[in-house]
Design a protein around this ligand. Sequence first.
Ligand SMILES: [Cu+2]
Length: 165
Amino acid sequence: MTIRHILSGAAAALLALSAASAARAFEVVEKGIRIVDPWTPATLRPNLGNAVYMLIVNETAAPVHLTGVKSAAARANSLHVTVFADDGVTRMLRIIEVEILPGESLVLEPEAMHIMMTTLAAPLVKDQTVPVTLTFRELGDITVDVMVEGATAMEPRERPNPPAR
Ligand SMILES: [Cu+2]
């Protein structure tokens, strides 16, 4: 293999990576907080809880604290973390607040930290969006449109960014 081959291979890999992330990310920036790819799986039954996932990036110069979540789609909403205990039992613990340092991210993803919506007003159907509001102690409320994916989805689909406000 020549140097040229190695270089072009590396360049192609880089290009693929940036193309993937460019196509992939649905992002909203408000009050210095970047929300990336908010999504939830479709519900199978209306009385089941639904977990909501997203990436939250603190682009402000100070720490922020996520202190609450709410949505008109459900009666109760809270922050949870899934814990896999030594006894083999999986539990979800309620989190009161989470600090995000400047430049740091909070990852909400399956089998980890998530927003839990319980007592849904109606089943969530694939392709609809539901508004979810994040409350930060320092910044107040930020509302994002969460995309409903298939019931067995483990990651969000690609979708275009919303028009800038
Ligand atoms: Cu949960």
